[in-house]
Design a protein around this ligand. Structure first.
Ligand SMILES: O=C(O)c1ccc[n+]([C@@H]2O[C@H](COP(=O)([O-])O)[C@@H](O)[C@H]2O)c1
Ligand SMILES: Cc1cc2nc[nH]c2cc1C
Length: 364
């Protein structure tokens, strides 16, 4: 039988939004004094005011996040959350579902795009299975499988309330573990055939924007399948009518997306900067911000995906991407590519001479 989300809440008696069950710790405020000191330092450097553009902003915000004069961001981690999607059965992707599992094995072998880019940036790659169809979960992948794939949200909600809670908690705890190991920069990434349909549906639910304007070709579907994908999203939203971000996540989300929501929440709780990748990781970040608005201060946008919903979400978050390279891969490949810009931002602030060093007055 079909049922609306509100009834799911009532049936299970879980006040999903009210209890703040994801708050394993409070999210600390940014260190505004350290931010102010960083702003002053940037102004004192031997360059025209503002000429290092977004690198200046990165340094200032990292100082606020870490509370350090020169933020130590040597430890970086990419976390690739994996999950399969029931809605893939509707023919919304250019690739078959087995590719999710095959790519998980590829990540383990260090042969995917994200491995190459993360290695260049000296970042560790962690692969977590939240809900792939692959069994057994390969050794080396963190096995936190909540279930084998989501349900087809054209027929019923993709997940139950407790499945979403489980998946979000996996992300929060993983972020806590990484934070405990000294990781300061985290890039949530994902792998899941069909997940641009889920992410676009979530983006439509969050923003109320037209499905036609939001929905892109994902892995590269034909014109005909794009029309079908849009229709699938419209039908799903009409069926479930999610009233808020959490309801949308339950009805049309994904296990790896819920896991990434948890990573963003946990990262902010642990004072870690979180670098978003493409559409799917950004929609997870936007949901985390709906749950805890303070998460926003910890977010950075790495690149602009070719998926149209991505720009809309970044505008909503008021974040500007560092790179525009027409990438649409996911995996945290764009975030890994942007990591060296963070190192550059810190190195410039640390090593450049100041006007005072040259015996010149500082700019007003
Ligand atoms: O990051 C993006 O913006 C992005 C855009 C298009 C596709 N992807 C990746 O491609 C897969 C989803 O595409 P699709 O067509 O199966 O929905 C999934 O594994 C994502 O990581 C990712
Ligand atoms: C091959 C392939 C690799 C990916 N990496 C992230 N999403 C992907 C989708 C496909 C199809």
């Amino acid at each position: 039988m079909l049922f609306k989300t509100k009834n799911i809440y009532r049936k299970r008696g879980i006040a999903v939004g009210e209890k703040k069950w994801w708050r394993l710790r409070e999210i600390p405020d940014l260190d505004v004094e350290m931010e102010e000191a960083a702003r002053k330092r940037v102004r004192s450097l031997t360059k025209p005011v503002g000429s290092l553009g977004m690198l200046e902003e990165i340094f200032i915000r990292l100082a606020g996040i870490t509370g350090e004069t020169i933020p130590d961001i040597r430890k970086k981690a990419v976390v690739v959350m994996c999950g399969d999607h029931g809605v893939a059965q509707a023919g919304v992707s250019a690739y078959p579902q087995e590719v999710t599992g095959l790519m998980m094995e590829n990540f383990l072998r260090g042969k995917a795009a994200v491995n190459v880019l993360a290695e260049l940036a000296r970042a560790t790659v962690i692969v977590a299975d939240l809900g792939s169809l692959l069994e057994p979960v390969p050794e080396g992948v963190i096995d936190c499988k909540v279930r084998k794939g989501t349900r087809n949200f054209l027929e019923e909600p993709a997940m139950t309330v407790s499945e979403v809670i489980q998946a979000v908690e996996v992300g929060v705890r993983l972020a806590h573990q990484l934070g405990g190991q000294g990781v300061r920069l985290i890039a949530p990434g994902e792998m899941g055939i069909g997940n641009t349909t889920s992410a676009s549906a979530l983006a439509a639910a969050l923003t109320g924007k037209d499905v036609g304007a939001l929905t892109g070709r994902g892995t590269g579907i034909t014109d005909e399948n794009l029309v079908r994908k849009q229709e699938v999203i419209r039908q799903a939203l009409a069926l479930h009518q999610p009233g808020n971000a959490m309801e949308a996540l339950i009805c049309v989300g994904g296990l790896e997306i819920a896991g990434m929501v948890g990573l963003y929440l946990g990262a902010a709780q642990m004072r870690m900067a979180a670098v978003m990748d493409g559409l799917i990781s950004t929609v997870a970040a936007a949901i985390a911000v709906e749950m805890e608005p303070e998460v926003k201060s910890y977010l950075f946008a790495s690149h602009l995906s070719a998926e149209p919903a991505h720009r809309i979400l970044l505008n909503r978050l008021q974040l500007t991407p560092l790179i525009t390279a027409e990438m649409r891969l996911g995996e945290a490949s764009g975030a890994s590519l942007a990591f060296p810009l963070f190192d550059a931002a810190v190195a410039l602030a640390e090593r450049m001479a100041t006007f005072a060093d040259l015996g010149l007055p500082e700019p007003d």
